[in-house]
Every structure is written in structure tokens, then in C-alpha cells.
Design a protein around this ligand. Sequence first.
Ligand code: URA
Length: 236
Amino acid sequence: MERLQKIIANSGFCSRRKAEELIKSGKVFVNGLKVTDLGTKASYSDQITVSGHNLKLEDKEYILLYKPRGVVTTTSDEKGRKTVMDLVETTNRLYPVGRLDYDTSGLLILTNDGELTNLLIHPRSQIEKVYVAKVEGVIRSDLLKKMCLGVLVDGKKTARAKAKIKKIDKKKNFSLIEVTIHEGKNHQIKKMFEAIGYKVIKLKREKFAFLDLHGLKSGEYRHLTIKEVKTLYSLF
Ligand code: URA
């Protein structure tokens, strides 16, 4: 159970302050009953109507997390390491959509919407993912081109990818490269660089489809808006 204004704000309908105004002015109904008390709690499975609009959240929750390095992408870890679930406050059983390695940071979606998860992680989903990789050494553009045309990862050729060199530091001996892929094989980016002879020393996912990390610091999260969820569904 959560405060009604928080649920409304989390749905992306409006800000929490605006939700409070709407509650006070009698525009909010929970399961058909008008609610004007700001202390009222509800759950995501309640039918909530705001100014005649059904929030239709049912029991679905969608979180966009800026995963820090040093956290596992599972719901529990047998080694007792910190998991992505330790970073979010929820009463729902959420699952990560795909995975980021323990030492990878960046954008990760958590949800209990199995239908959307299946669509997003399906090998044919073609969702665009943008990573920034810090690799050891000075990157050779001919090898980067080769990587983008497809290299062998776990015995299979990767699909075409895009890469942009963001920085080369000869003194410190590293390169920063933005890579865009549409697949999601295990350790894909690290293995793609390995295939052309480079070691990834830091990796961050900056974008997933049209979503990015704007406004979030490492370890922080926000709820997707209804519009964002609908847009994700519209990709299929
Ligand atoms: N590719 C990797 O190598 N690791 C990740 O965590 C994500 C993509």
C-alpha cells in the first residue's frame, strides 16, 4: 500500500503536488469511491480514476534503475552480494528485463509485467541498446569497423552494430567508445571487443530503446510513465 498521490505520480499522470490538489478537490476515485483525504493509501491493483481517467495500472509496476557497478542483476544472490532489488522500494515482485553484468553500470528496467519483459528480451525484439565502453589501449578504427560488421561471439556472428569513438587517451592508454547494438547475448559488448583484441575495463548502458538515464544518479531510479510503457508496447 502506498499513498494515493505517490501512486498517481508514479503512473506519470502528473506530479505528486498536482495529485494532492486533485485529491483535495474531489477529482480522485478509488474503486469507485471518492477520496479527498491526503493520507489515503491504495495499492497498484486498485482501480484509480483521476479527473475521469482510469490509471489502469492494475498490478503492474515499471522501474527504470540506474544500476551501479558492484550489484548483481538477480532477485537474490547465493553469495549474499547486493542485488538490484536491494536498490528499489516496492511491495511487488519485480524482475529485471535482461541483465547487466556485476561490473556494468547503467539503465535497467525492473517490472512484474511478464508480457512486456518477454517482448523486450526476445531475440527478435531488435531493441536498440547504447553502451559506452572504456577499453584498454588505443582503438584502431579498422578493427572497430570489423567489429561493427559482425564478429564471432560464442560461435555465432553478431549482427551489425554502430560505434563512435568518443575519446582516445594515449597517455593513459585507454579509449572510450559508444556502441549501439540490437541484440542481447551474454557479455556481448565485452566479447565483441575481445574478438578484435581489446579488453573492456568499464562498461555503462546509456540507452534502452528511447529511454535514457537523464536526471538519475547511479543507484537512483524512477517509475516509467504510462506513456513510456505504452510506447514500449507500441514498438512491437
Ligand atoms: N555487454 C556486456 O558485455 N555486459 C553487459 O553487462 C551488457 C552488455
